[in-house]
Design a protein around this ligand. Structure first.
Ligand SMILES: Nc1ncnc2c1ncn2[C@@H]1O[C@H](COP(=O)(O)OP(=O)(O)OP(=O)(O)O)[C@@H](O)[C@H]1O
Length: 260
């Protein structure tokens, strides 16, 4: 996915919120987007989602399935959590929401009307609707805000899993919540300009390992004469970067198995 000279302003005579943003995203990228309040993070996420169009410039190569969890999940709809998620599942072609609701520990919320949810609980509903259709592009606006400790702890591995499937994840975050993923790219918005920082975060200490059995013969997915399959074990948090690098070099991941 590529952003080419993307600029955006809300009204014709307003100053630009985003100016000349250029960026390239690859499958498996996880990106932390930072910037002061009002820097334009939500605006950029909406542009990336295709909910807003650039005033000038273009965004190409957006994956077909986009999951977007807004910072404020709109609770003004007359549904219970279950009715809403069932509806979204139908919209998403029968996507399974139940495993996500279970993973985000939402059992006690399912019969609650959206309008009666606490901020953090509403946020979880927003996350489930964004995750259920296995998005190729997952956009999370302040995903850690208001979440309880267990859900916060689950989010980095969820992001890593989406990336491991070849999805791209972009999260605006003031709290450094994805920094346990050492391969995370860092974008910042400063005075309307999108910058990428090259500073690497310190790798997280102990991470469960993941084994990827990868065919070493590009680009054919099926085993072919003359190809070899190797099993590689990498820390789970490094998987997105590993897969992105591997794919970049034309290799193919055959199987991914969580081992710890
Ligand atoms: N619908 C709108 N109409 C006009 N201006 C808007 C609109 N939404 C946002 N803005 C302006 O665009 C700028 C960027 O806002 P945005 O919400 O994208 O920033 P942000 O970085 O996400 O902020 P925060 O960290 O506070 O959530 C701000 O100056 C804001 O006032």
């Amino acid at each position: 996915m590529r952003l080419s000279k993307v600029s955006f302003r809300y009204r014709r005579r307003d100053p630009f919120v985003i100016e000349d943003a250029d960026a390239q995203l690859e499958p498996g990228d996880v990106i932390e987007l930072t910037g002061v309040n009002g820097a334009g993070k939500s605006t950029l996420l909406r542009l990336l989602a295709g909910l807003t169009r650039p005033s000038t410039g273009s965004i190409a190569g957006r994956p077909q399935v986009v999951g977007f969890a807004p910072d404020r999940f709109p609770t003004g709809q007359p549904f219970t959590v279950t009715a809403y998620l069932r509806h979204m599942s139908r919209v998403r072609g029968g996507a399974r929401w139940e495993p996500w609701a279970e993973r985000l520990m939402m059992g006690h919320l399912l019969s609650v009307p959206l309008g009666e949810l606490s901020k953090g609980s509403a946020h979880k509903v927003g996350l489930v609707q964004a995750l259920m259709a296995e998005p190729g592009l997952l956009l999370l606006d302040e995903p850690f805000a208001g979440l309880d400790v267990d859900t916060r702890a689950a989010l980095p591995s969820i992001a890593a899993e989406v990336a491991a499937r070849g999805g791209m994840v972009i999260a605006s975050d003031h709290q450094g919540g994805l920094r346990s993923l050492p391969a995370v790219r860092q974008w910042s918005l400063v005075d309307g300009h999108l910058k990428e920082s090259t500073t690497a975060f310190a790798p997280a200490p102990a991470q469960p390992a993941v084994s990827a059995a990868a065919a070493a013969q590009p680009p054919a997915p099926a085993a072919e004469a003359g190809s070899a399959t190797v099993a590689v074990t990498v820390p789970a948090a490094e998987l997105p970067a590993f897969l992105a690098r591997m794919r970049g070099e034309g290799y193919h991941a055959r199987e991914i198995e969580e081992t710890g």
